[in-house]
Structure formats: structure tokens, C-alpha cells
Unconditional design. Structure first.
Length: 526
């Protein structure tokens, strides 16, 4: 328990308390000390505890979170002038009876009077007027601490007394302009800096931005900061974003890419900063990209022929030069996507433990715990019987626990890299599909399965709500948020999907062909 101290050559006990380091960063001194105004030990102990409790409450209420505003003496007095103007304006038309302002001035004078004459004026005013002064500052999103707050408290109390005397004159019918109003300087505040890196880290953590999205979006903001000439996000204006948008549209980038890539990233980031009160405004709020109909490309699913080409190639013998996990990804991922309509990276991130049996139904579990799931929701989807017949369950049982099915943790070059390994597996599959001759830009080499599954589901008259649940599409209404769609409800709809009847293709061994070609060239005579 904090105890009073006795100083040399004084009869009264003193309060002394070291300021914790976490509060000194807000401008507080290293130590606070003042006389308790009594020579009685028991009374000094009581007063010491009371003052200590006041300090603790003040620190916890006002010295947490954002660092304080750094205002000059002139700016602090200008703030007091803002309070004066606000108080006079709110009562100018109807100031009320003079006696009310006379009583208000007497109460103000009494509140200013220190109970302990030796207590510093600033300390007393901080406790007497601190709450209302902080409320005024909070409305302007300002925080003052230490000697800056004490300076403001003194100016605030003087401005309150000044405004009360002016309103007393108004109540008496005297509306002569106040000659002393000019003593308050005009308020000009400089916004505290808001560095991008700090906001970006908070944004990514709060919104659970995936590693692949961070890798994609981060260069966008680097380009924006280069254009603005600063990493201070308070300096980014709507005009900066408009100029950036126009510059991007002047390149070979399509309007869709600018809209759904660059500007979408800016809107997500700045919108979050505004909602979380990290920035005063959202400069991206009214920045739009007009996309004419001729620029809108309607993406489609794989045709029957394209699906057959991919699935047949997946059944083909794999090159012995391929890593076991890469061969497994090429063999199984297209087939699983074909029968679930899942996103490719939801499948490439599957672990052995994500293949399970629920109430007698063989299923795969798609969960954010394993990697990226767009909706951040886990779902358990029944495995189509055709996959079971092909041996998928036997393949999955070859690994145990959290071991990934389609990549090797031991062979990862950098487990903490921005682009997760399962994403690279998906990218390689996309390249492979393009090599098979599926080159139409209207069909994405992996996402084409999601479009096709939706179309197949409609043709098979699947229940649309269950179809969405199987594919992990977000609920459209609040009502759809309620309840679950368990595997035994999904399974009858999954069974409506027609089987793919394709034969295994021939071995495609690019590296083997390349090696044989190089060997043949070495045998040719010089």
C-alpha cells in the first residue's frame, strides 16, 4: 500500500508516486508529488489512498490506446476559444434569467477553490474539471496529457468563466460585441500522422486477410504511396485516388481489373479505417470505375468437352519425374472440384484429418484452420460415390493427422512465405489446364469447376439453398444464417450430380520429352 512520506523542514506529509513507464510515453513526468496538507498520520494515510485512487482512475481512463495529441500553447488557447464560442452560441438567442448565470458563476468560483491550500492548482483543476474538459476534447477526437492537459484545463476554466459573464450580459439585455473575444487565436490543428504499416497490420488482423490477398494487395498500396509521396494515410485525398484510378485506366489494365483489384482494395482498407475511427474520412467512398457492357466479360464454366479433357488427363499415368504430392494434386483435385464445386485452394489445402466419416457418410471438411476459406466458415461436404470408387479414401488414408494431402511440408522452401504452398499447387494446376488446350479467357482454369457445378446443379434440380451450402456461398438473408446444412441433407443433392464417364488419357511428360530432346541433340555429330 502506498504510504505518505515526510520531507525535511515540513510538518505536513506528502504524496509521492512514480509514474508507470507505460504512461510516461503519454508525456507524464517520471514522478508526481505534492503536500497532503496535514500533519496527522491517519488523515495523511486516508488522503494518500484517495489521491492514489484518483490517479489510477485518471490514468486508466485517459492514458490508454492512441498516443496524445501534440498541441502548442497557441493551439491550446485556440481550443479554449472554441469552447467559449460553442458555449456562447448555444445560449445566445435564449440566455435565460440573469440570476441563473449569477448562480453559475458562484458555483464555478466555488469549484475552483482548492480544499487543500497547498495542493497545486493544476492538480486541483484536473480533478474538478477534468471530466468535462476531456468530454469536450473527445468530441474533437483529441487527447491531451501531462502539462499539455493541465495548460488546457486552466485555459478551459477561464474560457468558461468568460463565457458565463458574457451570457450574463446577454440575459440582462446587453448584446454589445465582446471586445475580449479577439484574444482567442484561430484554431489550426495538424492531423497526427497515421503511418500505413501500422494501419495495414491492424486491418489485416481484424479482417483476417489471407496471405495470398496480402501478397496481391500490398503492391497496390506501395504504388499509391509513391503517387501521394508519403506513407501518412491522413494525407491521402479523394483526388489522389481519382488520379491513381485514371493513371491505371490509361495502362493496359482492363477496367474490370482496376475496379475489382486496385480500387476494391482501397475501398476495403480505407472503409475499415473510417469505420474503426482510425481515419477521419474515407477518401475512397465516392471513387468508382465505370465499366461499360462491352468490357464486362461473362465468365463461364467448363463445357462437357473441356471437362472431359481435364478429367481424362487427370486419370492419365503421371511422369515418374513428378513429386508424389504434385502427381496426387493433378490426379485428385480436378475430380474433387468437379464433384463439389469447391474453390481450388479449399481442396489443395486439405489435410488427412479433413477426410472423415460423419454418421456413416464419407465427407471432406473445408475449414479456415487448414488455410484460406473465403467466407471464413467451415463446411463438411459429402464425397460423391464416384470418387470413393476411384480410390480417393484409400489415397487419403495414406497420410495421417494434419499432414497435407497435396503438398509436402518437409519440402516447403519457406513455410512463412506470403504465397502459401497450397496456393502454388493451385497455380500449377491452372498452368497445366491451359497446357491441355483450355485457353478461352472466359473460363478460369480452376474456377471453371465452380461455374460448371452450379450449372449442373440447376440442371439436376438441386435445392438451391443446399447447392449454395455445398459450394460455400454466403447466405443471402439473415434467415438463411440460422441453422445448419448437415451432410445427410447435402448427400441426396450431391447424388443428383451425374457421373463423369471418361477414359484415362495418355501420359504427358514434358520434362521427359525435354530430356530426350536434349540427349538427342548431344548425340548428333558436330
Amino acid at each position: 500500500m502506498l504510504q505518505p512520506i515526510k520531507k525535511d523542514h515540513t510538518k505536513n506529509y506528502w504524496f509521492r508516486r512514480r509514474v508507470p513507464a507505460k504512461y510516461r510515453k503519454f508525456g507524464m513526468p517520471s514522478e508526481i508529488k505534492f503536500s497532503l496538507g496535514t500533519a496527522d498520520w491517519d488523515e495523511a494515510v486516508l488522503r494518500c489512498q484517495e489521491e492514489n485512487l484518483k490517479l489510477e482512475r485518471t490514468w486508466r481512463a485517459n492514458l490508454e490506446g492512441e498516443p496524445p495529441s501534440d498541441l502548442s500553447h497557441m493551439q491550446i488557447n485556440a481550443l479554449a476559444g472554441e469552447f467559449y464560442n460553442e458555449m456562447v452560441a448555444s445560449h445566445r438567442d435564449e440566455p435565460g434569467r440573469p440570476i441563473l448565470w449569477e448562480e453559475s458563476l458562484r458555483a464555478l468560483e466555488k469549484k475552483k477553490t482548492r480544499l487543500i491550500s497547498i495542493q497545486p492548482v493544476g492538480v486541483h483543476l484536473r480533478f474538478a474539471f477534468g471530466d468535462e474538459a476531456r468530454e469536450f476534447l473527445a468530441r474533437r477526437r483529441l487527447k491531451l496529457v501531462g502539462d499539455r492537459f493541465e495548460t488546457f484545463i486552466k485555459a478551459y476554466v477561464k474560457a468558461k468563466e468568460h463565457a458565463s459573464r458574457v451570457l450574463l450580459r446577454h440575459a440582462e439585455g446587453d448584446y454589445t460585441p465582446d471586445p475580449e473575444q479577439a484574444k482567442y487565436p484561430a484554431l489550426q490543428l495538424t492531423e497526427p500522422k497515421k503511418p500505413f504499416e501500422g494501419l495495414w497490420t491492424e486491418f489485416c488482423e481484424a479482417k483476417k486477410i489471407s496471405a495470398s490477398t496480402k501478397k496481391k494487395w500490398r503492391p497496390y498500396f506501395s504504388a499509391l504511396m509513391l503517387r501521394v509521396g508519403s506513407s501518412d494515410m491522413n494525407l491521402v485525398t479523394e483526388q489522389h485516388l481519382l488520379d491513381w484510378r485514371d493513371a491505371l485506366l490509361a495502362t493496359k489494365l482492363s477496367p474490370i481489373t482496376v475496379k475489382d483489384g486496385y480500387i476494391a482494395a482501397a475501398k476495403a482498407f480505407f472503409g475499415w479505417c473510417k469505420r474503426m475511427k482510425k481515419l477521419r474520412s474515407d477518401p475512397s467512398a465516392e471513387v468508382v470505375v465505370d465499366v461499360s457492357e462491352k468490357h464486362e466479360t461473362k465468365m463461364r464454366g467448363f463445357t462437357d468437352k473441356e471437362a472431359a479433357i481435364i478429367l481424362s488427363a487427370a486419370l492419365a499415368p503421371m511422369s515418374k519425374l513428378m513429386a508424389r504430392e504434385n502427381a496426387a494434386a493433378r490426379r485428385w483435385v480436378p475430380w474433387i472440384c468437379a464433384y463439389t464445386g469447391a474453390r481450388v485452394n479449399e481442396i489443395t489445402q486439405l489435410r488427412a484429418s479433413d477426410v472423415l466419416n460423419v454418421d456413416g457418410i464419407d465427407c471432406i471438411r473445408i475449414t479456415p484452420e487448414a488455410g484460406t476459406v473465403k467466407t471464413l466458415r467451415e463446411r463438411v461436404v459429402p464425397i460423391h460415390p464416384h470418387l470413393v470408387e476411384q480410390g480417393f479414401l484409400d489415397f487419403a488414408r495414406m497420410k495421417k493427422g494434419k499432414a497435407p494431402l497435396f503438398y509436402s511440408v518437409a519440402r516447403q522452401r519457406n513455410p512463412d512465405r506470403k504465397n502459401p504452398t497450397y496456393t502454388s499447387v493451385g497455380n500449377k494446376l491452372a498452368e497445366w489446364v491451359r497446357e491441355l488446350g483450355i485457353k478461352d479467357p472466359r473460363v478460369a482454369p480452376n474456377h471453371g469447376w465452380r461455374h460448371r457445378f452450379k450449372t449442373a446443379g440447376r440442371k439436376a434440380r438441386m435445392d438451391w439453398l443446399i447447392l449454395d451450402a455445398i459450394q460455400g456461398h454466403a447466405p443471402r438473408t439473415e434467415g438463411e444464417e440460422y441453422g445448419e446444412v448437415p451432410p445427410d441433407v447435402m448427400q441426396p443433392e450431391i447424388l443428383k450430380h451425374p457421373r463423369y464417364d471418361v477414359a484415362a488419357g495418355k501420359l504427358r511428360d514434358r520434362r521427359g520429352d525435354a530430356n530426350r530432346s536434349r540427349a538427342g541433340k548431344r548425340k548428333e555429330p558436330a
